[in-house]
Design a binder for this molecule. Structure first.
Ligand code: CA
Length: 128
């Protein structure tokens, strides 16, 4: 379903590392996207249960759980929002595991902000 050109893009960014979360939120806000930051799985669900997002940027390892569990639960609920996993787990097996859990794309840490942004843009236009 195409997104209305007038609508504000809403992004949920889940990352427990405070400096990284702050820099990513601020960087994505420069795109004039509406970006919500969450530091844990519980915070992420607080937003997911009450709001609709166009994109989720999701850290794999969270202090109170596993980011892949969030993706699995979203897919079980029938939510097809694009999910970009970000993780220090490198390698092909991690990427395969992320996709099998329902993640749309996968980006290994450390990554450049430009790389993250181009992945986000691709996911928002359905070009992934
Ligand atoms: Ca983490």
């Amino acid at each position: 379903m195409p997104r209305s050109a007038q609508s504000v893009i809403r992004v949920l960014l889940v990352e427990d590392e405070p400096k990284l979360r702050k820099s990513l939120v601020e960087g994505l806000q420069l795109e004039e996207w509406h970006v919500m930051g969450a530091a844990s799985s519980a915070e992420a669900w607080h937003h997911l249960d009450t709001e609709v997002f166009d994109l989720i940027v999701l850290d794999w390892m969270l202090p109170d759980g596993d980011g892949l569990e969030i993706v699995r639960r979203l897919r079980t609920q029938g939510n097809s929002v694009p999910v970009l996993m970000i993780t220090a787990r490198a390698g092909a097996s991690a990427a395969v595991q992320a996709k099998q859990s329902g993640a749309t794309d996968y980006l290994a840490k450390p990554f450049s902000f430009d790389d993250l942004l181009s992945r986000c843009r691709a996911l928002l236009t359905g070009a992934s």
